[in-house]
Design a protein around this ligand. Structure first.
Ligand code: FAD
Length: 242
């Protein structure tokens, strides 16, 4: 382990132990990270973590040592967070989650970002792929009961979809190949007339879809930027993203 990595591990990252690993579907796992520090963590729905999946692995380049994962659920009384990690990328993060074991130690850092819960609208549309599903689920669970929420979630295999952590199935799933923006727009256009009052859209996952849909809402529908929340989680030309 390099000196820089040792310093980051000791002074920047917090440690936790994997206390639960479940394969949700053929291409997604849920991982529970437990630590005393989580009991005292400041948290808002939409926070994510930088997970040091490659800390201590000298065969990996520095940019392959960290991946970002959204907090799917948190229990501050018992001191744990749950993540849902998709493996379609087949990258270093996907390999890590396939091979990690309960009892392993991990290192992580909290990140707030700006893809957070905003409860000021009346109705919401959530659009994303499997990598974004846990993030959209936690936002949905934390919206007040009186809000209407529609979800358009897509993946190339129907059997990849997983339910929310409480067993609910609040979103519509669509079987679509990667970057099917035309079809996604068709579903969006069919949903919008049924959304009452002030509307807000959350778009996450594939950066190409985020860009196209952002343009649609801004330039074709003239939505205010405050109504459009986008967060690219991955980019086909890049490894990792943040
Ligand atoms: C704020 C934030 C929160 C995130 N939260 C989550 C989360 O909760 N769960 C989660 O699974 N991921 C999440 N991601 C994405 C995650 O950080 C990784 O980018 C992703 O897991 C891929 O990492 P990897 O090392 O497996 O593949 P990489 O080595 O990064 O990529 C390998 C190849 O796969 C492609 N690729 C990457 N992701 C996908 C994908 N989903 N489908 C198809 N191809 C892909 C890349 O473009 C690249 O060509 C989040 C990203 C951000 C920025």
């Amino acid at each position: 382990m390099s000196l820089l990595e040792s310093i980051i591990k000791k002074f920047v990252l917090q440690d936790a132990v994997i206390t639960k690993k479940i394969q949700l579907t053929e291409s997604a796992y849920s991982i529970r990270l437990q630590s005393e520090s989580i009991k005292k963590a400041e948290f808002e729905p939409g926070y994510f973590i930088r997970l040091g999946i490659g800390i201590g692995n000298d065969d990996l380049s520095f940019k392959d040592k960290i991946r970002s994962y959204s907090v799917w659920d948190i229990n501050k009384i018992d001191g744990y967070i749950d993540l849902a990690i998709a493996t379609e990328s087949k990258g270093i993060g996907a390999q890590w989650v396939e091979n990690c074991n309960e009892g392993d130690s991990v290192y992580f850092k909290w990140k707030k970002g700006n893809f957070l819960l905003d409860a000021t609208a009346d109705s919401y549309l959530m659009v994303g792929d499997l990598s974004a599903l846990s993030h959209l689920y936690i936002l949905n669970r934390n919206l007040p009961e009186n809000k209407q929420v529609n979800g358009i979630i897509y993946s190339s295999h129907t059997q990849d979809f997983f339910k929310d952590i409480n067993g609910s199935n609040p979103f519509n799933f669509h079987n679509l190949p990667q970057n099917s923006t035309k079809e996604i727009l068709k579903y969006i256009k069919a949903t919008l007339p049924n959304m009452p009052g002030e509307k807000m859209v959350y778009i996450a996952g594939d950066s190409r879809v985020c860009v196209t849909l952002n343009q649609f809402f801004r330039h074709e529908l003239n939505w205010n930027t405050k109504q459009i929340k986008t967060k690219p989680f991955w980019n086909p030309d890049k490894k990792g993203l943040e």
